[in-house]
Design a protein around this ligand. Structure first.
Ligand SMILES: *Cc1c(COP(=O)(O)O)cnc(C)c1O
Length: 436
C-alpha cells in the first residue's frame, strides 16, 4: 500500500531516524463528538464518589482515602545534565509511574471504566440507588452480581494489569488477552489475583480483536475497548484538573506569558490523548502537547501525517512495531483519539530503543525514580523543543521565543512502580552499557 505521507518524512521514518514532527492541522476544528468539559468533570466526580470504595478494596489506598493520584516533581536536576543543555524554562515530572495499585497511567482510564461499568450494572439490577454510597459496590449482593459477569480486555501489558486488578477486586470474572510483547511478570501478577490471562502470538491489535470477539459472543461479558472507548478516554482526561491544582499549588501560572509544554508517551493514544484533551479544555492555546513514540511504532504520527481518517499503520510504511517500550508497541492509532489530536496536538517526536534506556537511567540517577522504558520516552521533549530546528520553528510560528525562559515543561512518566527489582536492574545495566 502506498502511503500518503510527504516523501522526506516517509524516508526519515523508514530509516528510524528520530525526529520532531509538527502537526500542520493544530488549531483546526474539533470533531462534533469531542468530549465536553462536563463529561470530563463527570468522570472526575465518579472517581471521587468511588474513592471510599477503593480505600476499602485496596489497603494501600487507606492513607490517601482512595485517591488515585501521583506527585508533581521538580525535574531541574535532570535537565541540568549535558544532553539537555540549552533547555530553557522550568522542568517538571508528573509521576504516574507511581500511581497506586496499577503502577501506571492505565490506572486512570482503566479504573474509571471498570467503576463506571460496575455502577451501571448495580443500578440496573437495583443493588444500589443513584445517591447511595459507592462502598455498597463491595457488598455481598453486588459481589454476587459481578461474579455472574465478566470484564474482558486486550493489552500489551499495563492496561491488562489495570483492568484485571480492578475487575477482580470487585468480584468480576476478569479475562485479559495479552499481545506478544507482554512481560511474563505482568501475566504472573494477574494470575495471582485470579485473573484469566490468554496469551497471543500476535500484536496489540490482534489481542484486542480476540478479546472483542469473545466478549461479543457473551451477553454477560463487557469489553474494555482500548481502540474506541470513551469511558477510558474520560478517565484519562480527568487527570488534567488534578494537575492544574498541583501546578497552582506550586505557584505556576499557565497563560500567554507562561506557556506550558506537556510531553506524553503514546501507544494507541488513549492515555496521552485523553490527558491532552483535558489540558486543552482547561488551558486552551496556552498548553502545547507533544507525544513521544518509538521509532518502530510511531502510529499517531503516521495517522496524523496522512492527513485523513483512513487508517494508516506503521506496518503500511514498512516499520515492524518491535520495541522494548512494550507500553507503546502499537501499530495503528485509536480512531477515536486521532481526530481529536489532529486539532489539538502540537507534534510528535520519536525515540530509538537505546535512547529509552539512556533516558531511563538519567531519570533514575537524577530524579531517584525507577521508571519502565516506555515511561522514559518523553524525556527528550524539552530538548527537541528548545534545541532543534523543528522546535525553533514551532516556537517562532507561535510567537513563543520570548516566553521560553518563563515557560514550564512537564514530562509525564507513565509506568514502573510494579516492575520487579530484577527487571529494573536489567534496565539499569543496559543503560550503563550504552552510556559507555
Ligand atoms: C499504555 C501506556 C502508555 C500510552 O498509553 P496509550 O493509551 O496506549 O497511548 C504510555 N506509557 C505506558 C507505561 C503505558 O503502559
Amino acid at each position: 500500500m502506498s502511503a500518503p505521507l510527504p516523501p522526506a518524512l516517509l524516508a526519515t521514518l523508514q530509516v528510524r531516524q528520530p525526529l520532531l514532527w509538527l502537526n500542520p492541522q493544530l488549531g483546526s476544528a474539533l470533531p462534533a463528538s469531542a468530549p465536553t468539559a462536563q463529561q470530563v468533570q463527570a468522570a472526575a466526580a465518579r472517581l471521587q464518589r468511588c474513592a471510599g470504595l477503593l480505600a476499602m478494596l485496596f489497603p494501600e489506598l487507606a492513607a490517601t482515602q482512595g485517591q488515585i493520584e501521583s506527585a508533581l516533581h521538580d525535574a531541574s536536576a535532570l535537565y541540568a545534565q549535558p544532553p539537555y543543555h540549552g533547555v530553557q524554562g522550568r522542568c517538571w515530572l508528573k509521576g504516574d509511574h507511581a500511581l497506586p495499585v496499577a503502577g501506571s497511567i492505565k490506572a486512570r482510564g482503566g479504573f474509571h471504566e471498570v467503576l463506571a461499568h460496575a455502577e451501571t450494572l448495580a443500578l440496573q439490577h437495583g443493588v444500589i440507588q443513584p445517591e447511595d454510597d459507592r462502598r455498597l459496590l463491595a457488598s455481598p449482593d453486588a459481589r454476587a452480581l459481578f461474579a455472574r459477569h465478566s470484564v474482558v480486555v486486550g493489552s500489551t501489558g499495563n492496561l491488562g494489569l489495570s483492568i484485571g486488578i480492578m475487575a477482580a477486586a470487585l468480584g468480576f470474572q476478569a479475562v485479559v488477552h495479552m499481545s506478544v510483547e507482554a512481560k511474563e511478570w505482568k501475566k504472573a501478577r494477574l494470575r495471582q489475583r485470579g485473573v484469566t490471562v490468554v496469551e497471543h502470538a500476535g500484536d496489540y491489535a490482534a489481542a484486542v480483536a480476540a478479546g472483542r470477539a469473545t466478549a461479543e459472543a457473551d451477553p454477560n461479558s463487557y469489553f474494555v475497548d482500548d481502540e474506541h472507548s470513551l469511558p477510558l478516554l474520560l478517565g484519562y482526561a480527568a487527570a488534567a484538573a488534578a494537575l492544574a491544582a498541583q501546578l497552582a499549588a506550586q505557584g505556576v501560572t499557565v497563560d500567554a506569558a507562561h506557556p506550558l509544554f506537556v510531553y506524553l508517551p503514546c501507544g494507541v493514544g488513549g492515555a496521552p490523548g485523553g490527558i491532552a484533551h483535558g489540558m486543552k479544555l482547561l488551558f486552551g492555546p496556552h498548553v502545547h502537547c507533544f507525544f513521544a513514540e518509538p521509532v518502530a511504532s510511531p502510529c499517531m504520527l503516521v495517522q496524523l501525517a496522512s492527513g485523513g481518517d483512513a487508517p494508516l499503520s506503521v506496518y503500511d510504511i514498512g516499520l515492524d512495531n518491535r520495541t522494548e517500550a512494550d507500553g507503546l508497541a502499537v501499530g495503528l492509532a485509536s480512531p477515536l483519539v486521532a481526530p481529536l489530536m489532529r486539532a489539538e496536538l502540537s507534534g510528535v517526536f520519536t525515540v530509538g530503543d537505546d535512547d529509552l534506556f539512556r533516558q531511563r537511567l538519567l531519570v533514575e540517577d537524577h530524579c531517584a525514580m525507577a521508571v519502565e522504558p516506555s515511561a522514559a520516552a518523553a524525556v527528550a521533549g524539552p530538548h527537541w523543543l528548545c534545541n532543534s530546528p523543528a522546535g525553533q520553528a514551532y516556537l517562532a510560528a507561535h510567537g513563543l521565543q520570548g516566553q521560553l525562559a518563563d515557560s514550564h515543561h512537564l514530562i509525564w512518566t507513565t509506568g514502573g512502580a510494579l516492575v520487579p527489582a530484577e527487571e529494573h536492574q536489567r534496565f539499569r545495566q543496559r543503560g550503563l552499557l550504552l552510556q559507555g
